[in-house]
Design a protein around this ligand. Sequence first.
Ligand code: DC
Length: 234
Amino acid sequence: MQDIPVLTVDGPSGSGKGTIVQHVAQKLGWHLLDSGALYRLVAFGSQNNHLSFDDEASIADYAANLDVEFKLVGSDSAQPGMADAKELQIILEGQVVGPELRTETTGNAASIVAAMPAVREALLQRQRDFRQAPGLVADGRDMGTTIFPDAGAKIYLTASAEERAQRRYKQLKDKGISGNLAALLKDINERDERDSQRTASPLKPAEDAVIIDTSNLSIEQVVEQVLAICEQKF
Ligand code: DC
């Protein structure tokens, strides 16, 4: 397992990680671990099962037994020359989970359960199990520091809070949802504070991570930089 290559990509919400890692994993033909989705699933599922956020032991127990399946669905025989139409489906306790996993409300709830040391411990091995040949791109907050400290390449993506709020505002607008820029900025600052001040695996760059500030870069430029680093390291 240790000789299977891993690229870790950590950073705060809205740094563009999600999009970047999808492109990079596709280019490399590697597996992808979206660790934030695991914390979101624990928060979402705990709420559905009426667990109290004051009851860390029950939430950790729920996390340890999380009944989730990540499934690639759709045909890969779309028209010749077209990219395949596969998409990742997340099935929690037998039910497909859709856009409700990506809402600000679920993100904030995820940040609360993610601050619980017992929950992080419960998800540790499950995350390491994603390390499968030919390689893994791991996206999160503590991929390079705690989950895969021996990763062959580590990236830390960041961007100013204002830029991240603007991006989120635009994303919502593109989906036809009206957002409030000041409220989004406040949310981002609160989430940053909680994610970086917690004692269990706080958000911070690994000592050997390459830090990329994406504030003034396009997605393509960041993907290019990350792939160049991979070429050097692997
Ligand atoms: O990346 P995201 O927005 O989907 O993550 C949701 C929350 O989960 C985020 O506020 C912090 C937490 N998280 C974490 O603590 N550790 C990770 N490896 C990934 C996410």
